[in-house]
Write a protein that binds this ligand. Structure first.
Ligand code: PLP
Length: 393
């Protein structure tokens, strides 16, 4: 089909041309001085994105690798980990923890809201022997579009007087939804390259705290590739203990520059605006957004519930076939019941309207019962905001 593919899944996201050009370089000597300068730049710049002054480890791996790294660097075989069933990604992290020989406890969730501070606090208060060694939470649950209140969960852990580590997955919120590693007292934050950072898949991150570094000293789970020790030592000089993904790091350097040029506050506002415009469209169509909590709506994606008897995957196929647009599939418990609109990364008002236009036309072609006018509702919101001067350009 002529024209560009619309990649509106909630990651991997569209890679800006500037980032593509930055990566289009000859492969370099990763032990040379040119690389060293790049290594130092990205290792320092990525801290600003995590809003931390502490070290951030960069792995040549997908997000799953950084999940594993967070656990093996801080915990020991048989340790109990408290996790919250916010959706599919929480479930996958739990499965991974169990494969590593950790014991897990899953606070049950309804997949329509994020992790609840009260439930976590109650469980920690009951754990008087401090058997729970870590609390793991997904910040932006990519399968549902609900955002967990991380600062409140930190307060809940503190109020319970519990020493557990706090591990947070920001794979689909980093660089798109406000996230403050230091201020919110998170011990390990897990991130990935292919969403808000506007890069291809292939890099992932662990942002650390002093407490995480102490836990690392005592952790007994087997680790080699993921071990922070060697990484942090060699990173001091801008290098990596093994061959880094050099060209992705060129891209990361540029992506950080782009995010900081725009300003993180404006980046977060832009995503929140697009989330709001999308929800207005969905409601105008007479459809439901999966996330039920008003305060938890995601700025990076919206999961839309199909009316009863309508297959979300069939609908996505219609949209792909007619408009060359990929929408996100429903995952796990909501497979076939929802489709997800990604509105994160290198994204603007007109891209959103193109996306919503494709969805609205797709609903009509697929015969999904709905009320036309979602695109109009989104346009009114976006233009109204700009008229009122509420938009951050
Ligand atoms: N956590 C979240 C919240 C995600 O959205 C994803 C992927 O979409 C992952 C973890 C797993 O990351 P990856 O697929 O890069 O291994």
């Amino acid at each position: 089909m002529p024209g560009r593919h619309f990649l509106q899944i909630p990651g991997p996201t569209n890679v800006p041309d500037r980032v593509l050009r930055a990566m289009d370089m000859p492969t370099m000597d990763h032990r040379g001085s040119e690389f060293q300068a790049l290594g130092k730049r990205v290792l320092s710049g990525i801290k600003v994105i995590f809003q931390t002054e502490k070290p951030v480890v960069i792995y040549p791996a997908s997000g799953t690798g950084a999940w594993e790294a967070a656990l093996v660097n801080t915990l020991s075989p048989g340790d109990l980990v408290l996790m919250y069933e916010s959706g599919q990604f929480a479930a996958l992290w739990k499965k991974l923890a169990e494969k590593l020989g950790l014991r897990t406890e899953f606070l049950s969730g309804d997949w329509r809201s994020a992790a609840k501070p009260d439930a976590i606090s109650d469980r920690l208060k009951a754990d008087t022997d401090h058997e729970i060694k870590a609390v793991c939470v997904v910040h932006n649950e990519t399968s549902t579009g609900c955002v967990a209140p991380i600062a409140e969960i930190r307060r809940a852990i503190d109020e319970a007087g519990h020493p557990a580590l706090f591990l947070v997955d920001t794979i689909s919120s980093l660089g798109s939804i406000d996230y403050r590693h230091d201020e919110w007292g998170v011990d390990v934050t897990v991130g990935g390259s292919q969403k808000g950072l506007m890069l291809p898949p292939g890099l992932s991150f662990n942002a650390l705290s002093d407490k995480a570094l102490d836990a690392h000293e005592k952790s007994g789970l087997a680790k080699s590739y993921w071990d922070w020790a060697e990484m942090l030592l060699v990173n001091k000089n801008g290098f990596f203990p093994y061959t880094p993904a050099t060209n992705l790091l060129y891209g990361l350097d540029t992506a950080i520059e782009m995010l900081l040029d725009e300003g993180l506050a404006k980046v977060f506002d832009r995503h929140a605006r697009h989330g709001e415009a999308t929800r207005r469209a969905v409601r105008a169509w007479g459809l439901d957004v999966l996330c039920e909590e008003e305060s938890q709506h995601s700025g990076s994606l919206t999961a839309v519930l199909m009316p009863d008897g309508q297959d979300a995957d069939q609908f996505r196929k219609v949209v792909l076939d007619h408009f060359n647009m990929s929408l996100g599939a429903g995952l796990g418990k909501v497979a076939g019941k929802v489709f997800r609109i990604g509105h994160l990364g290198d994204f603007n008002d007109l891209m959103l309207l193109g996306t919503l236009g494709g969805v609205e036309m797709g609903l009509a072609i697929a015969g999904v019962p709905h009320t036309p006018g979602g695109v109009r509702a989104a346009m009114d919101f976006l233009s109204g905001q700009r008229r009122a001067g509420g938009d951050a350009k």
